[in-house]
Design a protein around this ligand. Sequence first.
Ligand code: SF4
Length: 459
Amino acid sequence: MDTGFSAYAAEIQRLMTERTAGQPLAFVRTYGCQQNVADGEKIKGILGELGFGFAGSAEEADLILFNTCAVREHAEDRVFGNVGALKSLKRRKPGVIIGVCGCMTEQRPVAERLGKTFPFIDLIFGTHVLHRLPEMLHQVLANSQRVLLLGQEETTIREDIPIRRDGRSRAWVTAMYGCDNFCSYCIVPYVRGREKSRRPEEIYRECQGLVEAGYKEITLLGQNVNSYGKGLEEPVNFAELLRRLDGLPGDFRLRFMTSHPKDASQELFDVMAESRHIPHHIHLPFQSGNDRVLQEMNRRYTREKYLALIRCAREAMPDVSFTSDVIVGFPGETYEEFQDTFSLIREVEFVNLFTFIYSPRPGTRAAEMPDPISHEEKTRWFAELLKVQEEVAGKIGQRLVGSRQRVLVEDRDGKTGLLSGRTASSLTVMFPGEDGLIGEFAAVEVTEARGVSLRGRLV
Ligand code: SF4
């Protein structure tokens, strides 16, 4: 099938050879969440079809692309810093093409500010048009013109975009795009658009190909996977999608992220409990343990509803583990309200938490709310929260000493020289072993726990 990507290859190659000697090289740097990582793999897939090889650094590349994130101010600052640092490279190597894409550029004022601040950027495009990269690149090369293309959300999902995966044992598979929830602090619905689910047979086909290619862990991605299926011709919900994928033959793990507590269901827990391939682990962001704050966040569940979900999941899977996201210092949150977050952490006992100090995103409702607590104060709350989590993690770690875990070996830890792998509950275990185990499952006995950082030995 002609995907339309390779159609541009010869012409782009010809135009690139006017600028470079030999095969043109691209360098793609991705920031932010797994969805962005998955987009980065598609961008690399398209560039591969266009005849690009890949460079290990920006200095060696003929095309540099920053695939950006908009979720926190800090990530934006880093992009501005990193793009700014390329000014001298562009002076030394005027033929190099520099582009910025992703969630950050999907916000028109930010894209325009980028373009104004850095006149040497050749290409700026948003999340909805990455499949048009060949055409944009051609325009830059043929007309020596800057291209800015944003915000043209399509109603159909392109299934023909090639993917160049970063890993050989773990893969990301997009189940759905966008989000309809409009949590008051979050920019995602504005930059990634409304929810759109991929057809189940397309997801099945992709997962089947990955398992046949030897991938050992597949993570289904979506901002809110539990609302998968809205708008599909065939009524398939997320639990049913998992049930179908679990039927794939082979030895692999099937994970998913992110679940929204308002849409997680008993059916989902039951499918997980009965499955062969789905580890008993759920990433279920609670964000705050206080009902008033949750309401201000527009999360549409209460603390009680969240805790009830945890109980249901534990009833279905007594060995289930949880991870979560927490926001520290939401606008108007008081220290007393923040105590409810501590108590919820102690009650649930998460194996790991991703904690963030609130960062205002222009254009969201929360960015307009009064926020009287200073950043220094929030930093103190944050440090307290880490202590509470360390205490919880320490208890969980101790309980695991002496247990046998099936671990997917991911790599060798640079500091200790030990192999590092992940248990079904998504905990990291380090242990001595041969390189040949990387990318394979191994049975490991946990011999020591430092918090939830576990040490073990092969059994
Ligand atoms: S569920 Fe809420 S936090 Fe998550 S992406 Fe959607 S709006 Fe953002």
